[in-house]
Write a protein that binds this ligand. Structure first.
Ligand SMILES: [Zn+2]
Length: 313
């Protein structure tokens, strides 16, 4: 059997997201924001959305057929009305090895602007996807983002980001946001797990983390963002009382937190992400966050202790 089109999101876990897009397709939002999941999930979902916006052979439930030539060309990255730009690709890489996903260069931005003035090649809508935007605060990125502000008939945009906090709030506010499910299995690589364990250890005993973070070039902004994401996930697990991930070091370390504490932490994570976005060094961001969480944890444990004593006496 051949793999289904858009295989990463073909399973049951993504069913409600696919049907959300099926319904949205009747009146597509100008900007769709896909966050959460893995990068391949977000990309596949973008492909599915493009198929929904262009398939001329929709099923009864408004889902794309995934078997016509339009759907197949989109899945193969060969449809001329589906354009994907990635701010993380350097101009040089793009020149040497131009792929389906293009760099955000000034030339490409200019070219896109021109194309937006013309009708799409096919009968459906043009789909313009932008990813890796946070890393590319270039003139080209700014120019492309400006395009999003103007009404462009027959064109829809998709923003792809691990978390919406990585995008400018003005962009998020004019987007229709879908949060894809985080993969159940622990996809975090060894390095990320090490940082998680390091932070969890610090929350317990107040040791080592500051030194580790401040070692020269120890942690990148990207890694810090992933650690923040892991923190958010741990809070989500605890808030949902989801026993499945109880063995994760951060989940165990935050166990004594009340729902209110967890909500406070989630606000701190968002603030920390904003600080990273505005180029505060990851060392400072993580040290400040870890110190706040350490104090909160000590307080929450003391409060828990006091509650237990009350019930004893
Ligand atoms: Zn089709």
């Amino acid at each position: 059997m051949t793999a289904p089109l858009f295989a990463p999101i073909a399973g049951v876990a993504f069913e409600r997201f696919r049907s959300a897009l099926d319904r949205l397709g009747n009146a597509p939002p100008q900007v769709l924001l896909l966050e959460g999941g893995r990068e391949e999930d977000r990309l596949s979902m973008t492909g599915y959305w493009a198929a929904r916006c262009n398939c001329g052979n929709l099923r009864e439930n408004a889902a794309p057929c995934l078997s016509c030539s339009v759907c197949l060309r989109i899945a193969a990255g060969e449809h001329s009305d589906v354009l994907v730009y990635d701010g993380r690709i350097s101009n040089k890489e793009d020149e040497e090895n131009p792929g389906v996903v293009r760099a955000l260069t000034v030339d490409h931005a200019r070219d896109l602007k021109r194309r937006l003035g013309e009708a799409p090649n096919g009968d459906g809508r043009r789909v313009v996807a932008l990813m890796g935007i946070k890393q590319s605060r270039t003139d080209a990125a700014t120019a492309l983002l400006k395009v999003l502000e103007e009404p462009t008939p027959n064109t829809v945009f998709v923003l792809l980001a691990p978390q919406r906090e990585q995008l400018l709030p003005t962009l998020v506010s004019r987007s229709f946001c879908l949060t894809l499910p985080f993969p159940d299995e622990c996809v975090s690589d060894e390095e990320s797990t090490e940082w998680e364990a390091g932070l969890a250890g610090f929350l317990r005993d107040g040791r080592d983390f500051f030194e580790r973070v401040s070692a020269k070039n120890a942690i990148t902004a990207d890694m810090a963002a992933r650690l923040l994401l892991a923190c958010q996930k741990a809070c989500g697990v605890l808030l949902a009382k989801d026993g499945k991930h109880a063995e994760r070091p951060l989940v165990a370390a935050l166990e004594s937190f009340s729902a209110r504490d967890l909500a406070v932490c989630c606000r701190w994570f968002a603030e920390a992400q904003e600080a990273l976005n505005s180029s505060v060094t990851p060392v400072r961001v993580l040290q400040a966050l870890a110190a706040r969480m350490y104090v909160l944890r000590a307080d929450s444990r003391a409060a828990g202790m006091a509650r237990r004593e009350e019930t004893v006496f």
